[in-house]
Design a protein around this ligand. Structure first.
Ligand code: FES
Length: 165
């Protein structure tokens, strides 16, 4: 799902996430991750809902909307905008850059006809830059959804993307 959810759908999703992760301070990131995974991004109206749900008498008032937003913005695996059915996160940090990440990025851009930060018109693909994801030894690397690809060369891009079509 990556369409705008109804309020009812969002409320139900949050209740399900709260049942699974609780309402303690540690629940914030798991709940954000669950919303992101279910919808494909975290809608703006989710911030207030999550804040109200987690600010319980037991926990006190420890969250503001801005805090929830700041946490969601910080984690690059979380998206604040609707994304395509498949999300490519390519590493743009220096170690990958020096072994050819730019050429791989250009091949992805040519294949999909979009620039970093964009989603294809058919809403199938989003291309999102990220910093080091910790596997520098096999750079250049990118993730498609949860799948990691390393040692990617430009001529492998078409074949890899075809697996998701
Ligand atoms: S620099 Fe790309 S994975 Fe570390």
């Amino acid at each position: 799902m990556s369409d705008q959810p109804s309020q009812t759908e969002l409320d139900a999703l949050l209740e399900q996430a709260v049942r699974r992760h609780g309402v303690g301070r540690d629940a914030l990131i798991p709940i954000l991750s669950e919303v992101n995974k279910s919808i494909g991004y975290i809608p703006a109206e989710a911030f207030g809902k999550i804040r109200r749900r987690l600010n319980t008498p037991q926990e006190g008032l420890f969250l503001a909307d801005s805090h929830v937003f700041a946490v969601a913005s910080f984690y690059q695996m979380l998206s604040l905008q609707p994304t395509g059915a498949h999300v490519i996160r390519y590493c743009e940090s220096a170690p990958c850059h020096v072994v050819g990440a730019r050429q791989v990025l250009e091949a992805i851009q040519d294949e999909l006809g979009i620039l970093p930060g964009e989603t294809t018109r058919d809403r199938e693909w989003s291309l999102i830059p990220t910093s080091c994801i910790g596997v520098c030894g096999v750079g250049p690397v990118f993730l498609i959804d949860q799948d990691l690809y390393g040692n990617v060369t430009p001529d492998r891009v078409h074949e890899i993307l075809d697996r998701y079509r």
